[in-house]
Ligand binder design. Structure first.
Ligand code: ADQ
Length: 476
């Protein structure tokens, strides 16, 4: 049975991710065009792609229901995967965001199991795998990303045993005790075992995966960071993702950013202290508990509304999924309550922005904020925490960080909190607001060293280098 092989014999590296790294812009001539959309993944794997000009392809969904031909943007071959509206509901809203996302994030909301969701997930995963198999040149490297595509490595190995296959999970991987509830636990674990290398954000997540494969009887222990499945050694270890440090530090130093930050503080009424939250509007991010802590601090008089202002950016996200609609209502109720109780005309205590924010504005916010609140109940990494640190070149500012974000491993000098502990969170906020400059400086210096030591491009290089390394043989 011949594997589907067609174009791109030269393609040495294929990235497979849920979305393509472009978006449609209506601006410009001829009714619009595709432009690069700078997300975390693009900036992280971008340098690796740039080293292979003309040799790299990206498989993903454009967001549209229509079928599209491969096209090219800035020298990168893009292969759109078609997905009908019905398939999107099963694969993306359903299995990905209604089953796996909550299950992997400590079930902050209940995880739902539906057989037709999994069938849709399987069907769409197969389409990504077939597209990757068709695009990859002989013995090429394929790097599959994230929880939406966990079956792809296994499917791809069957179609193209010649490929070197890597998988990286951007979100947490739960302990086997939690994962085992999944009716499709074997298929999902087997899917990942199809990869030569499985990367995770933390050593704990990698250990959870290795433990799971052994518990399910799919693999045996093999050294500290691998398992043996059949006749193959599968590595599973941590590759904590970083940010494009130069981009963030550069933008922070920009004169325009400085002016924008000053203007922002003036527009906020020149408060003594600006608190900031920046998240996708997601129930895992702990926005509600953070606002509850703020409310109590204001109610009790531990924070003075005459000197403190908070900005909460909540990027619209997954608004077709029920739990996100409920969260939005809860957050907006809290915002109304807090402002109703503590604002003065012309001076809201809490500025809530449920919008996408452009990069330059986000940088100005990081520069304007004295205290950054990053309090997810569970988070694979959390790049916002690292972006804030990168922006604080003058060594001012405090970071309050959840101990359940992957970033807490590297940013141990933040004020670490248990986001479920409202009193602990309140104490950390008060401590951050009143932190002596010398202490803030010391902490920020160490946090900056950690962020600088793990640049996004090095992260991708390290993963791809390890993936390319000689495969260990299993001797029986
Ligand atoms: P996310 O859950 O999306 O990512 P995060 O790591 O914080 O979380 O990345 C969000 C990105 O979006 C940041 O770069 C941030 O600047 C940007 N952003 C946030 N709000 C915005 C807004 N309103 N407008 C524009 N941009 C905004 C998933 C995992 C994380 C993991 C990353 C990368 O859940 O744990 O760190 O992938 O692996």
């Amino acid at each position: 049975d011949a594997a589907p092989r067609t174009q791109g014999p030269a393609t040495r590296l294929v990235i497979v991710a849920n979305r393509l790294p472009v978006r449609w812009s209506d601006e410009g001539e001829e009714g619009g065009r595709w432009i690069p959309s700078p997300g975390g993944l693009v900036s992280a794997v971008g340098p690796a792609i740039a080293q292979r000009p003309g040799d790299a392809a990206w498989i993903g969904w454009t967001g549209a229901a229509t079928e599209e031909e491969p096209f090219e943007v800035d020298g990168l071959h893009l292969h759109p995967v078609a997905m009908s509206d019905d398939e999107k509901v099963l694969f993306y809203d359903g299995m990905s965001n209604g089953t796996l996302w909550p299950l992997y994030h400590d079930k902050v909301v209940p995880s739902e199991f539906h057989r037709h969701w999994f069938d849709g997930y399987k069907r769409v995963n197969r389409r990504y795998a077939e597209a990757a198999a068709a695009a990859a040149g002989p013995e090429a490297t394929v790097w599959v990303h994230d929880y939406q595509l966990q079956l792809v490595p296994g499917m791809l190995r069957e179609l193209r045993p010649d490929l070197r296959i890597g998988f990286f999970l951007h979100i947490p991987f739960p302990p086997p005790e939690v994962f085992q509830a999944l009716p499709w636990r074997e298929q999902l674990a087997q899917g990942m075992l199809g990869a030569d290398l499985n990367g995770f954000q933390t050593p704990e997540a990698a250990a959870n995966f290795r433990r799971l494969t052994m518990r399910l009887g799919l693999a045996e222990a093999h050294g500290d960071e691998s398992v043996v499945a059949g006749d193959r050694v599968v590595r599973a270890c941590a590759y904590p993702i970083g940010i494009d440090v130069a981009r963030y530090e550069g933008a922070a130093h920009d004169r325009e950013t400085t002016e924008r930050a000053r203007d922002l503080r003036a527009r906020l009424g020149a408060p003594h202290t600006v608190l900031l939250g920046v998240d996708r509007l997601d129930y895992t991010k702990g926005i509600d508990v953070r606002l509850r802590a703020l409310k109590e601090l204001l109610d009790e008089g531990s924070l003075n509304p005459a000197t403190v202002t908070m900005v909460q950016i909540a990027q619209p996200s997954r608004d077709d999924v029920e739990a996100y609609i409920t969260l939005r209502e809860e957050v907006e109720r809290l915002v109304g309550q807090i402002n109703g109780d503590h604002s003065r005309v012309g001076f809201p205590i809490l500025h809530y922005i449920h919008q996408d924010v452009e990069f330059e504005e986000l940088m100005a916010m990081y520069r304007a904020a004295d205290v950054m609140l990053v309090t997810p109940f569970r988070d694979g990494m959390n790049l916002v925490a690292k972006e804030y640190v990168a922006a604080r070149y003058d060594l001012t500012g405090s970071l309050v960080l959840s101990e359940f974000a992957g970033a807490a491993t590297e940013l141990a000098d933040a004020l670490l909190v248990n986001p479920y502990d409202v009193d602990g969170l309140k104490a950390a906020i008060v401590r951050a607001v009143s932190m002596p400059p010398a202490e803030a400086r010391e902490r920020m210096e160490r946090m900056r060293a950690a962020v600088e030591a793990n640049d996004a491009s090095e992260w991708a290089d390290r993963f791809l280098r390890d993936l390319a390394a000689d495969r260990e043989r299993v001797t029986t």
